[in-house]
Design a protein around this ligand. Structure first.
Ligand code: 5RP
Length: 228
């Protein structure tokens, strides 16, 4: 069944794109709806839009739909990136990586002047941790990182697997370890601790990255991050 919340949020995001922009294409089902709608608008209004994708699947979808998708390194900056999220709190901090694209998503987000997240209402959360936090790790030594997450940080890690039981690999050939952060009170501290640990490539905590959140309520709700 189609998720009306995702469709409404993705549709509302079109208003943030204007002619001659460089647009980052997110990953996941909500971002896919946006990509199709953007392609349709570009065709109908004959817009000059250049896109940068956050995953191979978003790149393929964009190209299939006629969008001009270029490499990140061929542009100086991205005007706006529209992406989904797995969980988002009232300060517009969130967890991403449910689709295993968090590493490229964060690189593209950091190269973007503005980051807009499109979510259905179920993604809102009082405190981050309802969704398992994905951590992208280098395959070499991943068992050691796993033990660190388990015995030292007590985060109940699990390797993400494919349906056939094999370990899932990301677009950059790494593994994903999902951890439970529901008992963690210092999220900022955890973010730093994880990124400083050798073997961890990136994690799905996206803190102070999202500028605008579009929630697919009826009517659509738009929130802007407060900068303190
Ligand atoms: C992929 C992501 C997605 O943006 C996130 O999983 C949300 O996906 P969906 O729109 O399908 O709920 O972070 O790595």
């Amino acid at each position: 069944m189609k998720n009306i919340g995702k469709i409404s949020a993705a549709t509302a995001a079109l208003d943030f794109v204007s002619d001659n922009m460089i647009v980052g294409l997110g990953s996941g089902s909500t971002a896919r709806i946006f990509i199709e709608k953007l392609a349709n608008r570009v065709k109908t209004e004959k817009l000059n839009i250049t896109c940068v994708a956050t995953s191979i699947s978003s790149q393929e979808l964009g190209i299939e739909n006629g969008l001009n998708v270029v490499d990140l390194d061929s542009v100086d900056k991205i005007d706006v990136t529209i992406d989904g999220a797995d969980e988002v709190d009232k300060n517009l901090n969130g967890i991403k990586g449910g689709g295993a694209a968090l590493f490229y998503e964060k690189i593209v987000a950091k190269a973007s002047e503005k980051n807009i997240w499109i979510v259905d209402p179920s993604k809102q959360s009082e405190k981050l941790g309802a969704f398992k936090l994905p951590i992208e790790v280098l395959p070499l030594g991943s068992a050691h990182v796993f033990r660190y997450l388990d015995s030292e940080l007590n985060l109940d890690p699990t390797y993400r697997k494919n349906k056939d039981g094999s370990l899932l690999t990301t677009d950059s050939g790494n593994y994903i370890i999902d951890v439970d952060i529901s008992n963690v009170s210092n999220i900022d501290g955890l973010s730093t601790q994880l990124i400083e640990h050798v073997g961890i490539i990136e994690h799905g905590l996206f803190l102070n990255i999202c500028d605008t959140l579009i929630i697919g309520n009826n009517p659509v709700e738009i929130k802007t991050r407060k900068v303190y």
